[in-house]
Design a protein around this ligand. Structure first.
Ligand SMILES: Cc1cc2nc3c(=O)[nH]c(=O)nc-3n(C[C@H](O)[C@H](O)[C@H](O)COP(=O)(O)OP(=O)(O)OC[C@H]3O[C@@H](n4cnc5c(N)ncnc54)[C@H](O)[C@@H]3O)c2cc1C
Length: 446
């Protein structure tokens, strides 16, 4: 190589290798908002759209890459229950997005006029999760919501008339100074950062990694022989008991789908969430290797595999009101009820789940006080972390209920920001009027 060529090639190499190290740290910016929603999942998306539609300057922060949370990223793309005992009890923005997703994907709605009896899942609405995420994003855009993906709160400190929330992100550093903050992280993470109490059970419900297997024919499978092999694989440790819940026939009939459990699943820190996802994927690999060893499953393939495990339970807040099991099963109408909820008591344990159905005619309600942390100002939650005991929460956590809570929190926060009050001081009459005006169904409180 000639000397001049050699020197110029060194220059080229050093230019490309030096650049990454020369990146400067992000400059801290401040954004003023009326309502800051953290967590763009099942509840948070609806809360942000609602606040935006009421004219509040709304920011929605989501640590992932799309909206919808458990409904989309974790693949629980069968939201329910919007109907009880032959009539609709939850509607509003969640219902609007769900039915738009059904229409746009040429899917069908269930026949809600037919009672399901104990088969409550027949009234869940099957949607395309990715399409729902796109529609939710569009709804945020139309409502003027500022969307911020790949960011999460680092610190939450009281500021005059609201909160200052420092967000970390890729190449960004932002302080959002907001009059009202709604924590929709599913884990009450913002409430924890604000120094308010959270609680969780010693034994929490397991999580699930949703996937669907195909490429096999059940009609030609000797189920008894396969069940015997499953039993011995469990005994030998080749499979963990929670890798395949129940019988192999039941598991394969659904292509696996949500037929596994991840004990101790926890999304409340990056470390526990990483570990949960890895354990879910390891379980899938064990199942694949077990089944693929059978000639009848030689051509088995993965039709669908979610990128995150679904988490059923982590932290709940201590609210102004706590919904107890008896409140839920008796259909107590709280004086500050802002939404209905409807689902069986659905506590999952390592070995499975045995839903306990509500007595005929019962339609539980969600009080505003369960969305407001005790002794807090300008803070709310919506979604599965509402104030409730574990059994009530096992029903309250479902998607239609989370969407209804999101809408109620969005209205309350927007009105509080507009009037310079706190969520507890906003008139219930105003909250209910706005909820109805935006399509929600509000329980009759006598
Ligand atoms: C396997 C499984 C099966 C289920 N089956 C059903 C069913 O059949 N029917 C039904 O209706 N419900 C079902 N559920 C329950 C229901 O799906 C969830 O409880 C509900 O969707 C939770 O909604 P959420 O808004 O509270 O949380 P999520 O939807 O999980 O939303 C939380 C969002 O916050 C984001 N986030 C978290 N932390 C941060 C942070 N620090 N900063 C920024 N963003 C953050 C997350 O990325 C996520 O997008 C099931 C749940 C699971 C796991």
């Amino acid at each position: 190589m000639k000397r001049r060529t050699f020197i110029s090639s060194i220059g080229a190499v050093s230019a490309t290798t030096v650049l990454p190290g020369a990146e400067s740290p992000p400059v801290l910016r401040t954004i003023d908002a009326d309502v800051l929603v953290i967590g763009g999942g099942t509840a948070g998306t609806i809360a942000a759209v609602q606040a935006g539609r009421l004219g509040a300057r709304t920011v929605l922060v989501e640590s992932g890459s799309q909206l919808g949370g458990t409904t989309t990223t974790a693949g629980v793309d069968f939201p329910g229950l919007f109907h009880a005992w032959g009539k609709q009890v939850i509607a509003g923005i969640g219902w609007e997005l769900v039915t738009e997703a059904v229409k746009l994907n040429s899917d069908d709605l269930p026949d809600f006029s037919k009672p399901t009896g104990p088969q409550h899942w027949r009234h869940q609405v099957r949607i395309c999760g990715a399409l729902y995420a796109a529609l939710a994003e569009e709804a945020c855009g139309k409502a003027g919501v500022q969307l911020r993906y790949y960011e999460f709160p680092q610190t939450v400190t009281a500021a005059p008339g609201g909160w200052r929330v420092r967000l970390a992100g890729k190449g960004t550093s932002v302080d959002v100074v907001a009059k009202q903050v709604i924590d929709c992280t599913g884990n009450a993470s913002v409430i924890g950062l604000a120094g308010l109490p959270r609680q969780r059970e010693k034994t929490r419900q397991p999580g699930t990694l949703i996937y669907r297997l195909g490429g096999y024919d059940l009609a030609t499978t000797d189920m008894n022989a396969l069940q015997a092999k499953l039993t011995s694989a469990r005994k030998s440790g080749a499979l963990k008991p929670t890798d395949i819940n129940g019988t192999i026939a039941g598991f394969l009939a659904k292509g696996g789908e949500s037929g596994n459990h991840i004990p101790g699943a926890d999304s409340s820190t990056s470390e526990t969430h990483t570990e949960t996802n890895i354990r879910g994927r390891q379980a899938l690999l064990r199942v694949l290797r077990f089944l693929k060893a059978e000639p009848a499953f030689a051509l088995m393939n993965i039709e669908r595999l979610q990128t995150e495990a679904g988490i059923r339970e982590t932290f709940r807040i201590e609210g102004e009101t706590t919904v107890m099991h008896g409140d839920y099963t008796s259909g107590r109408v709280f004086s500050d009820a802002v939404a209905h909820s409807f689902y069986p008591i659905d506590l999952h344990y390592e070995g499975g789940v045995k839903p306990k159905h509500l007595d005929e005619g019962i339609v539980p309600t969600i009080p505003l006080g369960a969305l407001i942390p005790k002794n807090s100002k300008n803070l709310m939650v919506a979604g599965r972390c509402l104030s409730s005991d574990q059994l009530a929460n096992s029903a309250l956590r479902v998607q239609a209920s989370c969407m209804a809570m999101g809408q109620a929190a969005g209205v309350t926060a927007a009105l509080a920001a507009r009037t310079g009050t706190t969520p507890l001081q906003v008139s219930l009459g105003d909250i209910r009027r706005e909820l109805r005006r935006h399509g929600a169904i509000v329980p009759k409180t006598g």
